[in-house]
Write a protein that binds this ligand. Structure first.
Ligand code: ATP
Ligand code: MG
Length: 409
């Protein structure tokens, strides 16, 4: 089937007024950027939707990309017909015939936006429906719950005909709701949390803690691969690689074996918060899911969370593991996440991590390390390496200075 246009519908329809305009402008910019490899495409903006004129570009390619763009609710491939009854009938029939799976029931819904068209919508429903029925054996009409609803929108220039509605990612256009730092480990959960945060319109910068040389070069590559996948959805992503070895060593030496994970997580949050401040982010996103491991009990989350004053966003907190895995497969991170490289936290997992750490004990342990811990945190922030991951797969290393001058962020 050769389509002429793609009708794109926008998500989060509750947005009204000036925000609506901002939403649409940001979304259109994002769509154009994601489809920039197809220069012949033309964009026609109309209220709460956009028409993309294909001009010979492949619908399949456009569709593949569109379904992953945040803020796009759904889209439909459209045939454009001249404003003549016979042409509309023929195109409608061709559309039904061209469907992959032949429907057994259908209905026609004509909308006459241009009132000068000689037949009203009711007449048109019959005129088009009868033609399709006559020429498609075994097809029946079902007005209540048809397999296929054939839509014909009659406008002053053309009639627009379509019946497929493809569901897309939904949510808000990227960056519309500000920026957050994502704590990105090499696991299954945090990439999904990042994807969900982006779908809600948050621009993400990823922060990864590594314990090189205890963690391998492959572990780092794995996180870069995951961040690249997120960049496919997020346009481009900054990845902060934080050297965590010295802090970890210091914490291990403190002798609070069962509190190690709690202490490590608190230091991670402090560092993430410092990076957030430097980079204008207003929240920290993690892949925590309630009850999954010792550090994700309510007691642990409470003691860990108190180390940060920015809002901690945990999109997966109430999501079951299997559902998280399904998401990971859908967004294309699962196969990377399950690669078996050591994470900095798995290196020092104690035999019996505290599931209900005591805040006083934790604070006392930190106070005991005092300015030395502060110094190590300062140093880790200073020595953080920044990689810029572009959506075309290119990786650029940025110095602190270059990245201050990078106006895009
Ligand atoms: P994930 O699959 O995301 O690693 P997990 O089930 O393994 O999660 P934890 O290892 O307890 O859970 O980590 C909880 C959260 O803490 C992660 O989702 C992530 O946001 C953050 N985190 C853990 N380790 C790191 C790390 N090395 N670098 C950055 N963030 C981390
Ligand atoms: Mg993990």
């Amino acid at each position: 089937m050769k389509y002429d246009l793609v009708l794109v519908r926008f998500g989060e329809i509750v947005i009204k007024g000036r925000n609506r305009n901002r939403f649409e402008t940001m979304l259109l910019t994002r769509i154009k950027s994601a489809l920039k490899e197809m220069p012949a495409l033309e964009y026609i903006r109309s209220y709460a939707r956009v028409y993309i004129q294909l001009n010979g570009e492949s619908y399949e390619e456009v569709s593949d990309r569109l379904k992953d763009i945040f803020g796009v609710l759904s889209f439909s491939p459209v045939i454009r017909s001249a404003l003549e009854l016979e042409a509309i009938r023929e195109h409608s029939l061709a559309l039904i015939r061209g469907l992959g799976a032949a429907p057994s029931t259908f209905k026609v819904s004509v909308h006459r936006g241009w009132k000068q068209f000689p037949h009203n919508s009711l007449e048109m429903n019959h005129l088009v429906g009868a033609h399709v029925l006559r020429n498609t054996p075994d097809l029946k009409v079902d007005v209540r719950s048809p397999d296929v609803e054939l839509k014909v929108d009659i406008q002053a220039d053309y009639a627009y005909i379509y019946c497929e509605v493809v569901k897309a990612a939904g949510g808000f256009p990227l960056g519309m709701n500000g920026k957050a730092m994502l704590l990105l480990s090499g696991g299954i959960d945090s990439p999904v949390a990042g994807w969900m945060a982006m779908r809600k319109g948050l621009k993400i910068e990823a922060v990864h803690f590594h314990s090189y040389p205890f963690t391998s070069e492959q572990a780092k590559e794995k996180v870069i691969t995951l961040a690249k996948r997120l960049a496919y959805y997020g346009g481009r992503i900054k990845l902060h690689l934080v050297p965590f070895t010295e802090i970890q060593t210091k914490l291990v030496q403190s002798g609070h074996d069962n509190l190690i994970i709690t202490l490590m997580r608190r230091s991670m949050l402090r560092i993430a918060e410092r990076l957030a401040e430097q980079h204008g982010a207003l929240a920290i996103v993690t892949g925590d899911s309630l009850g999954q491991v010792a550090s994700q009990t309510l007691g642990s989350m409470n003691v860990i969370g108190r180390a940060a004053s920015l809002p901690l966003l945990r999109p997966l907190v109430m999501v079951d593991k299997q559902d998280i895995i399904d998401y990971a497969e859908r967004i294309g991170t699962y196969s990377t996440s399950i690669l078996p490289y050591e994470d900095c936290c798995t290196l020092f997992v104690p035999k019996s991590p505290a599931i209900n750490p005591n805040l006083n004990v934790v604070e006392r342990a930190e106070a005991y390390m005092g300015s030395e811990l502060e110094r190590l945190i300062d140093e880790a922030v200073r020595e953080t390496e920044i990689l810029l991951l572009k959506d075309d797969g290119e990786v650029v290393q940025q110095t602190q200075q270059e990245q201050k001058e990078d106006a895009w962020f």
